[in-house]
Design a protein around this ligand. Structure first.
Ligand SMILES: C[S@@+](CC[C@H](N)C(=O)[O-])C[C@H]1O[C@@H](n2cnc3c(N)ncnc32)[C@H](O)[C@@H]1O
Length: 197
């Protein structure tokens, strides 16, 4: 039987899997383009369901866009210290990165300093409804990912890009696409939409 400790270790390993890292590099490339296209200078960037802070780590390390600061929110209290540890290079610099334990379905956009110009959620398949989406102020640049991978933790799967678009309509689309990940014994598709809410 799998112990809680083994499960936690497995989840940490999963965060560094090829599918996760490739998806985040894809996010970085397309979001950097979108931020440049919108001419956003040093935006405040929020990451919902930020997990261990790897999207922030990659975006900040690539340094293709300037950011005022990054805030990462996850409902799982175990994520905050790990995300802060991975991003320590920016935590100590006046909280250029900081993780918080919070439920994105009841997030107060006035509570964590200046509200974000950019909101990322690559964990939409883990959030059981769209309450987190309703809270994002209209006009915000958003970058969203979902997938069609059947998994015990995925309570909000997306069949295709069209159904993803219906759930999260954008006032202006800057990017949308899908990526297929094919492994010897299984495969899945990840969907991404970037634009103004
Ligand atoms: C497994 S991870 C991330 C998977 C995703 N493909 C990625 O890499 O971005 C999903 C995260 O969403 C978080 N999460 C789920 N529901 C949440 C909510 N309501 N508010 C904040 N975080 C949430 C979980 O705690 C978990 O850390």
């Amino acid at each position: 039987m799998q112990t809680e400790q083994n499960r936690a270790a497995q989840i940490q390993v999963d965060a560094f899997s090829s599918g996760q890292i490739s998806s985040k590099l894809w996010l970085c490339e397309q979001l950097e383009n979108a931020i440049q296209q919108m001419n956003l200078k040093n935006p405040v960037l929020w990451i919902l369901g930020g997990w261990y802070g790897l999207s922030a780590f990659l975006l900040l390390s690539r340094a293709k866009i300037g950011v005022q600061h990054v805030r990462s929110f996850d409902i799982d209290p175990r994520c905050e210290s790990t995300a802060d540890m991975i991003n320590e290079n920016w935590v100590w610099k006046n909280w250029q990165f900081k993780a918080f334990t919070a439920d994105c379905r009841i997030l107060n956009y006035q509570e964590y300093g200046p509200p974000p110009q950019v909101v990322i959620n690559t964990s939409t398949e883990h959030m059981g409804d769209t309450r987190w989406w309703d809270l994002i102020p209209p006009g915000t640049l958003v970058a969203l990912q979902s997938c069609d991978m059947d998994h015990a933790d995925h309570c909000f799967l997306t069949e295709n890009l069209e159904s993803f678009a219906k759930l999260f309509p954008l006032a202006k689309i800057l990017f949308q696409g899908e990526k297929e990940f094919v492994y010897p014994e299984w495969k899945f598709r990840r969907f991404m939409r970037i634009g103004l809410k």
